[in-house]
Design a protein around this ligand. Structure first.
Ligand SMILES: [Zn+2]
Length: 79
């Protein structure tokens, strides 16, 4: 750092006065769950009243994957 770049405490404070984080403004979905605006609802997968996320399908896929993984671990342990 060069002397030219040095600020006094007041200038540093004025600069940092704008560093605070703002709380995320939450909206409520039709299903009642809080959600971030302009994003699909993570609970029911709806956006503007239309289902846009296949949450049930995703959950099923995840469960199948987990079952397969556990099955693999079991066979590994038997060796
Ligand atoms: Zn919802």
């Amino acid at each position: 750092m060069v002397v030219r770049m040095r600020h006094n405490r007041s200038q540093t404070g004025q600069h940092r006065a704008h560093h605070a984080l703002k709380a995320q403004g939450l909206q409520y979905c039709e299903c009642g769950a809080p959600k971030v605006s302009h994003r699909a609802c993570p609970v029911c997968g709806r956006y503007k009243g239309r289902v846009v996320l296949d949450l049930a399908g995703k959950a099923a896929t995840k469960a199948a994957k987990l079952a397969k993984k556990q099955e693999g671990n079991k066979s590994e342990a038997q060796k």
